[in-house]
Design a protein around this ligand. Structure first.
Ligand code: NAD
Length: 385
């Protein structure tokens, strides 16, 4: 079995699906690799580093896409010349990648039509056995860290408290909304830089985690009731709830220097948690980093893919932040992928056990059909399949 690693062509994407160490691990598990020339360069891995661990370097992208198993970071893209990466995938071949199944269900239909067996990293079940294959978590960890660095670089203040001969500087105040994987890493990073950190989440279960890394958990006067689904994700709340939440949160933001928002609900637009009035109420020069920007944003003033200043507040959309730390993001993603590939091909040959929770859970397309029920229903209701 040959694993193909094409160079990512999505704009701004600097990650690579497999780093040289991962290629080595796959080789030991009986899987050979072919890597497109330059695929790892932006992440700090040149062709020689791949060759040194036994990968074959290939200049032709389509030759890489024709491998038995293709691993990618971004879903297949259209090229500048009008051709499409998807067309290069082999009928009966396997694709493992982020595939945005709930945002772009039409892609699942096209993959099925092409006869590709596709696994979407977003669909990986969040069970203990699959923890080392959980790419949403590994990439969210990097995003949470990066968000704090962006905020620190924009804020006209420093994070730590300083007592100097030139006077005392108060520590920055950071508020993190949504204390999932990205939020917890943001809290830890802001604490390491010396900020005073508070955090809030609708899932009361996270209070202990927030407190254990040195932040204060903020309670809002809201009934969150049954806020968590079986997979540990937040459940969507009613619009009335979100309205009250915006009011309550607005009161807390006025004295913060930095607000980092990470609130997401799977398969839905990100909840709107900061309205324009709340932004108006914030201090001039304060910073909001909105990690939910790609899903519509947690802040009403967020402009996707563009830093803006609204009412004196610097607003940074946190779009594809893992790509801004490409070496470590790729290293972690590659570990997720190799663990999953070894799960699919334990003896170096693919054995797709459809009765297995991990294999069937992550499967998006197989044998000409969409394998995921929720995505299939979306395609059928959109009439795109
Ligand atoms: P996510 O990216 O979907 O959401 C980020 C956070 O936003 C979540 O903590 C969510 O509760 C919060 N949120 C949603 N709506 C909100 C609102 N209106 N106000 C405030 N906060 C809101 O989630 P995630 O970080 O990928 O994962 C969430 C949790 O899932 C983790 O903290 C963990 O407990 C669990 N998890 C389990 C496993 C596993 O068992 N293998 C793996 C990964 C995550």
């Amino acid at each position: 079995m040959i694993v193909g690693v094409p160079k990512e062509i999505a704009e701004g994407e600097q990650r690579v699906a497999l780093v040289p160490d991962a290629i080595k691990a796959l080789k030991e598990a009986g899987l050979e690799s072919v890597v497109e020339s330059g695929a790892g360069l932006a992440a700090g891995f040149d062709d020689a580093a791949y060759e040194a661990v036994g990968a074959r370097i290939e200049a032709d992208a389509n030759a890489v896409l024709a491998a038995d198993i293709v691993v990618k970071v971004q879903p297949p893209q259209k090229r500048a010349d009008g051709s499409d990466e998807l067309e290069g995938l082999r009928k009966g071949g396997v694709l493992v990648s982020f595939l945005r199944p709930l945002d772009e269900p039409g892609l699942a239909a096209r993959l099925a039509q092409q006869g590709v067996t596709a696994f979407s990293m977003e669909l990986m079940p969040r069970i203990t056995r699959a923890q080392s294959m959980d790419a949403l978590s590994s990439q969210a960890t990097i995003a949470g860290y990066r968000a704090v660095l962006l905020a620190a670089a924009s804020l006209p203040k420093i994070f730590p408290m300083l007592v100097t001969a030139a006077g005392t500087l108060q520590p920055a105040r950071v508020f993190v909304i949504g204390a999932g994987v990205a939020g917890l890493q943001a809290i830890a990073t802001a604490r390491r830089l010396g900020a005073v950190v508070e955090a809030y989440d609708t899932r009361p279960a996270v209070r202990e985690q927030v407190e254990s890394i040195g932040a204060r958990f903020v309670e809002l006067d809201l009934d969150t009731g049954d806020s968590e689904d079986a997979g540990g994700y937040a459940k969507a709340q009613t619009e009335e709830f979100y309205q009250r939440q915006r009011q309550e949160l607005g009161k807390r933001l006025a004295n913060q220097d930095v607000v980092i928002t990470t609130a997401l609900v799977p398969g839905q637009r990100a909840p709107l948690l900061i309205d324009e009035d709340a932004v108006k109420g914030m201090r001039t020069g304060s910073v909001i980093v909105d990690l939910a920007a790609e899903k519509g944003g947690n802040c009403a003033c967020t402009v996707p893919e563009q830093e803006t200043v609204a009412h004196g507040v610097h607003i940074i959309p946190g779009t594809n932040l893992p790509s801004e730390i490409p070496a470590n993001a790729s290293q972690m993603y590659a570990k997720n992928l190799t663990t999953f590939l070894k799960h699919l091909a334990p003896e170096g040959e693919l054995v797709l056990d459809l009765g297995d929770e991990i294999t069937s859970g992550a499967m998006l397309a197989h044998e000409g059909a969409i394998a995921n029920e929720r995505v299939r229903a979306m395609v059928e209701s959109e009439g795109t399949g």
